[in-house]
Design a binder for this molecule. Structure first.
Ligand SMILES: [Ca+2]
Ligand SMILES: [Ca+2]
Length: 138
């Protein structure tokens, strides 16, 4: 983990660079797809969903810290259902790309134009977005 300065524009320009963004999302997808069947089932997605809790505003949850384990399990199911757009019980690459794009655009909107300090996880999309911006500025 590292602390980075980022703003909405950094994130948005990363999402809009379709080649870079899709490559990054596809890499994440492949890493999550433990049994390599080209779909993410709920258990494969669970870790990712937990890391998305920082983005809970996007999913309409205001205070996830206040919910108990039962509610949390329910919340994870709801989040999984958002990814699984056709409801077939698995998240394919297209569904994963589409939802990650929306999530990241929601993050960009939330950040706005004022740069903020954020703790970002190594290998996360935000980290990739920051590194990309730094590489461009150099
Ligand atoms: Ca799988
Ligand atoms: Ca699906």
């Amino acid at each position: 983990m590292s602390v980075e300065i980022l703003d909405g524009r950094t994130v948005q320009s990363f999402v809009e660079d379709e080649g870079a963004f899709n490559a990054s999302v596809d890499g994440r997808f492949a890493a999550l797809d433990a049994d390599h069947d080209g779909r993410l089932c709920y258990s494969e997605m669970a870790g990712e969903i937990m890391s998305l809790r920082v983005l809970e505003k996007h999913f309409g949850v205001d205070d996830a810290g206040a919910v108990g384990p039962d509610e949390l399990a329910k919340l994870y199911r709801v989040l999984f259902a958002r990814f699984d757009r056709d409801g077939d019980g698995g998240v394919d690459r297209e569904e994963f790309r589409a939802e990650m794009k929306e999530v990241m655009l929601a993050v960009a909107n939330g950040l706005g134009f004022m740069p903020v300090q954020m703790v970002v996880e190594e290998g996360s999309f935000l980290k990739v977005a920051v590194d990309r911006e730094l590489a461009r500025a150099a």
